[in-house]
Design a binder for this molecule. Structure first.
Ligand SMILES: *Cc1c(COP(=O)(O)O)cnc(C)c1O
Length: 388
């Protein structure tokens, strides 16, 4: 296969591992591969590297390093928070969440329902925002946990975390947030936010797939999800993934340094891309609030086009974007996020997500702006061209 250039506009799905992160990880594969729990120094000398990574990720979110539990991914962090809230408060059998969460929470909620728990999936407004009065009214005496994400991965829409946390505090309910999309893009300070639990995933911030964390406020009751050895001070069984945790720490350090860039350069690139598309391609619109949004994300509908076709034709030009919906054996299910916002299935299925990152250049944006209009025109003229 000939080498083809990739124009990557899917940074909310995963990100390129930063070369600095690879460098930080390498020694832990080749020379320093011992087990942190060993009694001898060849193993336990990596403990201080784990401690350092814990300090680095804690600094990214304004936490105390002792409040960090490393996990295998963002999904495990979310599952752990939900499971913990139910196990530590056995009398409470209700979880309050939203209809637009990542599938890690949606599917866990559905699983809990099948196990006899009650789960409320709060609806959202047409711009993807949430009704805080409804949220407050939906908290019950038996609510074990409120879990509302910070930034939506499909639309980039932000929820007002501080206000939600204040409501939860006044009701004495634990609050978890899936903040996977946020670090590196916005400042994160768990004390300003007032959350009890917060999930992150390393591969959304230029570290490898397969490592994440759960922040657990020291006052919040906690119970392990994975039961095993005494790792993570007994809060998560399983031998620590030392190279990945070290890489996560380094990525956290870099993410702190890149927030400014993401908020100015990338926001400007995203706005230029979005505004040009909306102004020059007819029958297009943005999905989700314009302002309360991540600086890197744009979710757009192209009337009369199937996202499936757009993705395929863009892929032929080396361009990676996403439809934000699950593709099962050729049939696209419309995104649960967009349908919760009230989009018709047809409009939801004509939507694509473009997500920029620190490696996105102005030239790449120009390339996308050059390739997209003729592709949209071609698809509108003959929708069957991609079915062949
Ligand atoms: C990617 C993502 C997750 C899942 O993280 P993994 O590490 O892939 O399990 C959870 N929530 C949001 C909002 C995400 O974008």
């Amino acid at each position: 296969m000939s080498e083809r250039r990739t124009y990557y506009f899917d940074n909310n799905a995963t990100t390129r591992v930063a070369p600095e992160v690879v460098d930080a990880m390498m020694p832990f594969f080749t020379e320093r591969w011992g087990n942190a729990s060993s009694a001898y120094s060849f193993g336990n000398q990596v403990v201080k590297d784990l401690d350092r990574a814990r300090e680095q990720v804690a600094a990214l979110i304004g936490a105390d390093p002792r409040e960090i539990v490393f996990t295998s991914c963002g999904t495990e962090a979310n599952n752990t928070a939900w499971n913990s809230a139910l196990i530590t408060q056995p009398g409470k059998r209700h979880v309050l969440t939203t209809a637009v969460e990542h599938s890690a929470n949606i599917k866990f909620g559905e699983f809990l329902r099948r196990r006899g728990y009650e789960v409320t999936f709060l609806p959202v407004e047409s711009d993807g925002s949430i009704d805080l009065h409804l949220l407050e009214k939906s908290i019950r005496p038996d609510t074990a946990l409120v879990s509302v994400m910070w930034a939506n991965n499909e639309t980039g829409v932000l929820f007002p975390l501080e206000e939600i946390a204040a409501i939860c505090r006044s009701k004495g309910v634990l609050y978890h947030t899936d903040a996977v999309q946020v670090p590196g893009k916005l400042k994160v300070d768990v004390d300003e936010l007032g959350v009890d639990f917060l999930s992150l995933s390393a591969h959304k911030l230029h570290a490898p797939k397969g490592v994440g964390l759960l922040y657990c406020r020291y006052t919040a009751p906690y119970h392990s999800y994975l039961i095993g050895g005494g790792q993570e001070k007994g809060r998560r069984g399983g031998t620590e993934n030392v190279p990945y945790i070290v890489g996560f720490g380094r990525a956290a350090e870099l993410a702190l340094a890149s927030i400014q860039e993401e908020n100015t350069r990338i926001r400007a690139l995203r706005d230029r891309l979005e505004q040009t598309i909306l102004a020059t391609i007819p029958d297009t619109c943005r999905n989700g609030a314009r302002d309360a949004r991540l600086p890197n994300t744009s979710n757009l509908s192209f009337g009369g086009c199937e996202a499936e076709g757009l993705l395929l034709l863009l892929d032929r030009e080396g361009i990676c974007v996403s439809s934000g919906s699950a593709c099962t054996t050729g049939s696209l299910t419309p995104s649960h996020v967009l349908t919760a916002m009230g989009l018709t299935p047809a409009r939801a299925k004509s939507s694509i997500r473009i997500s920029l990152g620190i490696y996105t250049t102005a030239a790449e944006v120009d390339y996308l702006l050059e390739k997209l209009p003729p592709i949209v025109a071609r698809l509108r003229a003959s929708p069957e061209i991609v079915k062949a």
